[in-house]
Design a protein around this ligand. Structure first.
Ligand code: TLP
Length: 342
């Protein structure tokens, strides 16, 4: 099987398993796990932030951001197709007690003027706008890269209004490798950043959330309240360090493979690539080929390819380090067979 359902499915490399085995550990709730401390310092330095915190998942990182930045009854501006809004079980309202104010973006990028207009003025009827969330790359927009300038404009508006910016940078490394823009150049237009070690970077577990020392101190408390204070967590942090050392530049291979796949699929009758492929995610509309996404996924499975669904007629293919250039040819053949074999 060639598995393109997600880049979350990647299994740890042997270097990661080795690092986990050999990791120096301590009790991280006491701040005494040297491997976790090393990972947090490394990540903070890479992002140009004062401090960072190792959290169990991207979802936990985003939720901790809302819990730390906001108070119950506040409002958060975010993009209408963002992961936080669509795929985190309404955690922002269930946990932080905040209301989401979704704005429709273009390829995942909100219009800065729309953001400015959505900020609530002081009025007894209104909630307080206490956070603006961005997502880069943008999952539902097909791995689209949010332009640096868009982030800058929104950051300036936010600053003017004393509102922090949280970046869901689950795939920020993909954006950086594909655009050639340094991680720090993106994170300078944020107050806090979450990125995932367990997606394209290939670590088995974990995400990082980064910000000021004061923010991370509060975030650590929220992580504990959520039950995310782990003990000898060095065994799962060590693969994260390997991911940051070994697996960043190779994301370019995933992007190249996604481009090859998209080009190959563009010629298949009835299939439409829904959004320009900039990184490792390809959204394919299968409606004109006469399929629902579930039907098409079944056909693909029979041809030895696993993909995911992103809507009634949209399938998602995510390249990752288990998918080779050679595999892309096999996937194109499998898809063309699935399309023709009604
Ligand atoms: N995305 C997963 C699924 O939840 C859809 C995937 O396969 O793409 N932000 C973004 C932009 C994400 O894509 C994801 C995961 C998360 C946050 C949450 O990360 P985890 O799964 O570690 O909680």
């Amino acid at each position: 099987m060639i598995d393109l359902r997600s880049d979350t499915l990647t299994k740890p490399t042997s270097a990661m398993r080795q690092a986990a085995y050999q990791a120096e550990v301590g009790d991280d709730v006491y701040g005494e796990d040297p491997t976790v401390n090393n990972l947090e310092e490394t990540a903070a330095e890479m992002l140009g932030k004062e401090a960072a915190l190792f959290v169990t998942s991207g979802t936990q990182g985003n939720q901790i951001a809302a819990l730390t930045h906001c108070r119950s009854g506040d409002e958060v501006i975010l993009e209408a197709n963002s992961h936080i809004y669509l795929y985190e079980g309404a955690g922002f309202s269930a946990l932080a007690g905040v209301q989401s104010r979704p704005l429709q973006g273009v390829r995942g990028a909100m219009n800065p003027e729309d953001v400015e207009a959505a900020i609530r003025p002081e009025d007894v009827h209104f909630p307080r706008t206490s956070l603006i969330c961005l997502e880069n790359t943008h999952n539902k927009a097909g791995g689209a890269i949010i332009p640096l300038n868009n982030m800058k404009e929104i950051y300036q508006i936010a600053n003017k209004n004393n509102i922090p910016i949280h970046l869901d940078g689950a795939r920020l490394f993909n954006a950086s490798v594909a655009s050639g823009i340094a991680l720090k150049d993106y994170s300078q237009y944020t107050d806090t950043v979450q990125f995932c070690l367990s997606k394209g970077l290939g670590a088995p577990v974990g995400s990082i959330i980064a910000g000021t020392n004061d923010f991370i101190e509060q975030a650590r408390k929220w992580r504990k309240r959520l039950g995310g204070g782990l003990r000898q967590a060095g065994v799962i942090a060590a693969p994260g360090l390997v991911a940051l050392r070994d697996n960043v530049s190779r994301l370019a291979d995933d992007h190249e493979n996604a481009r090859i796949l998209a080009e190959g699929l563009a010629n298949s009758k009835g299939l439409k690539i829904e959004s320009e492929v900039e990184t490792n995610i390809i959204l394919v509309n299968v409606k004109e080929a006469g399929f629902t996404s579930e039907q098409f996924l079944e056909k693909l499975k029979a041809e030895g390819v696993l993909a995911g669904s992103m809507g009634p007629n949209t399938i998602r293919l995510v390249t990752n380090y288990h998918v080779s250039k050679e595999d892309t040819g096999k996937v194109i053949t499998a898809i063309s067979k699935a399309t023709n074999n009604q």
